[in-house]
Design a protein around this ligand. Structure first.
Ligand code: ADP
Length: 299
């Protein structure tokens, strides 16, 4: 065909603009397809959220992933906390090389059932601050979801940064069929106020709230066993009841949780016989037996 004739009704510029637009649409379509194919291989997707930082969200994500792995579920743990990825440290994976081949990123195998990927594993300099705007973060998160070769998984646990900013929004949009969110709080009013916002965020995005965990709820004295409610207790439970979302339970403050995380090991496996590990396992138990989301939505 004569190219000049095709362009009679429009200027050369608008023609190349159209071609560019078609090319962009094409690659956006291919990206969406690649993402869908990848996510199709994962049965359950859970986002771990919190209103504030420092409440134990990553600790819950690591221990939930470890509990799933111990229960024989093929599990992926994805850390999308771009500004403060803590999963590599919590699992002693800092410096472990990540396999990258063409457009595929291979997650690190932590154990036979647990694979891990974190932005922290791809950063050359752990101490360098990441300064990215929203669209760049969205691009990185999309790439993580699209290009990480998890293989078939029973569960993908996504550790999101605190709050309701770009990253949780991106992940909720990119995984529209996620099973839901697990929300971690401490018992103080200040933390609970922010959790209300997280629940509102989930409702706006039609992301089911799978449950609220009240972490650092009471301190069990290792010497006498007396429980002291350092940050008060029960606030998370009351708030969950008020807002009509499931309450999964309370995890106490336990120095061995810090010891395990500093040693780079999941607490529930390294202190498996402790009372707190038992509590932790009970709290995350309902998440080990999720039904397929379609059934829930239809039912
Ligand atoms: P977040 O992801 O919400 O920022 P982290 O999971 O990184 O919080 O936890 C912050 C710190 O608190 C870590 O040092 C962790 O070991 C500690 N921590 C979390 N939960 C508990 C707990 N129940 N008892 C004692 N320390 C805890």
């Amino acid at each position: 065909m004569d190219d000049n004739k095709t362009c009679e009704s429009c200027s050369e510029n608008s023609c190349s603009a159209k071609e560019r637009k078609l090319g962009e649409e094409d690659s956006a379509f291919q990206e969406r397809q690649a993402l869908t194919q990848r996510l199709c291989q994962i049965k359950h997707k859970i986002m771990v959220l919190s209103g504030k930082g420092g409440v134990g969200k990553s600790t819950v994500a690591v221990n939930l992933a470890a509990a799933l792995s111990l229960a024989g579920k093929r599990t992926g743990l994805l850390d999308i906390d771009i500004h403060g990825p803590s999963i590599p440290k919590m699992l002693n994976l800092n410096g472990v090389p990540v396999g990258v081949k063409e457009h595929t990123i291979y997650p690190v195998a932590y154990d036979i059932n647990l694979k891990v990927m974190s932005i922290g594993l791809l950063m050359q300099d752990r101490d360098q601050a990441v300064i990215w705007r929203g669209p760049m973060k969205h691009g990185v998160i999309k790439q993580f979801l699209k290009d990480v070769e998890w293989g078939e998984l029973d569960y993908l646990i996504v550790d999101s940064p605190p709050g309701t900013g770009d990253e949780p929004l991106s992940i909720a949009q990119l995984i529209p069929d996620a099973d839901g969110a697990l929300i971690v709080t401490t018992p103080q009013e200040l933390s609970i106020e922010d959790v209300r916002k997280s629940i509102g965020f989930c409702r706006t995005l039609k992301l089911p709230v799978l449950g609220v965990i009240e972490n650092m709820s009471g301190f069990v004295c290792p010497h006498c066993g007396k429980v002291t409610d350092i940050f008060r207790s029960g606030g998370g439970q009351r708030m969950a009841e008020e807002m009509g979302v499931p309450f999964l339970g309370k995890v106490p403050l336990d120095p061995d949780i810090v010891n395990a995380s500093d040693a780079g090991q999941p607490f529930i496996s390294s202190f498996a016989s402790s009372k707190t590990a038992d509590i932790f396992k009970q709290v995350v138990k309902p998440l080990l037996h999720l039904k397929p989301r379609e059934a829930e939505v239809e039912g």
